[in-house]
Design a protein around this ligand. Sequence first.
Ligand code: NAP
Length: 323
Amino acid sequence: MIWAGSMQNDQHAKPAIVFLSKHADARWLAALQSAMPAEHIVSDQQCSDEAAAATQIAIVADPSPEQLLRFPNLLWIHSVWAGVERLLPIAAARNIPLVRLIDPTLARAMGEAVLAWTLYLHRDMPRYAAQQREQSWRPHSYIPPQEITVGILGLGELGREAARRLLDAGYRVTGWSQSPKKIDDVETFTDETGLRTVLSNANIVVVLLPLTRETRHLLNPEQIGLMQKGASIINFARGAVIATDALVDALSEDRLSHAVLDVFDEEPLAADSPLWKHSKITVLPHISAPTNRHTASNIVAANVAAFRGSGAVPMAVNATRGY
Ligand code: NAP
């Protein structure tokens, strides 16, 4: 099939690959093109209707549903994001396999972020920052990491790397996942009873679960109520995994000591959100593990090359499971 776009020539005898994003990003097009010199990567604006009809592969970074509708014959979609909860229903409705980004570089960034913000909580940084504002000289007792239990909810690509970094730093680590896991030095749990155990034993809970039907508001008033008095929470997954009102209540009533939130129900966080000014909440603008354009493009390129070689679509997200 001949690609019918504006740059048609013999070199591009296969259909172009389209890159779709709400915010057309020339840097993504350049990175993907440079990782796949034998392919022709175009934005949707560069595609004629004829070229759109011939397009088999879409690489996407938060596209609008309308952008995808212009491409009726996609064989598969590759997201350059790890979380795909918004895209999955759209792809599943059209029966198009959706491949998500699995990138060790991203996992390393997340492991580093989990360690950094665990240290922030463990070493009382919010408390000392508040004391400095009040010019108050008050040392608090030091607790070694060996006496601190970090419970990780989600032991996937990111949760396992976070566990490794925390273990290296000396913390006790527990973890919770859907299927049983065996990870050296990590006490792992599954199911509702396991969740109760992890929540009730952790000094710091780290959320690294995908947002699915099962995990939406998983941390509700009852589950948050299981956490130890004075425990803290880090949410680096998706805002809606935690019922925000229940979390704010627990913090305001001094049942929990602090929350580090990188993700929110609505992003960017509204200027009038009370979360900004809550003394026990640290707000981060979804920065814990940004996609690395260069390594992600190489991973997409390897998946495209495998598809070109064998015709087999790379392993896709499980639409029934939701992640
Ligand atoms: P993953 O590899 O799919 O791992 C997900 C983990 O969650 C797995 O261990 C899975 O259990 C567990 N899980 C899912 N549903 C569950 C349930 N109902 N009950 C118990 N455990 C459940 O995902 P990942 O790559 O680690 O990424 C996790 C999430 O991080 C992404 O979905 C995304 O939302 C978020 N993220 C955030 C950022 C950021 O910058 N803030 C960056 C990237 C990703 P099994 O192992 O048994 O399947």
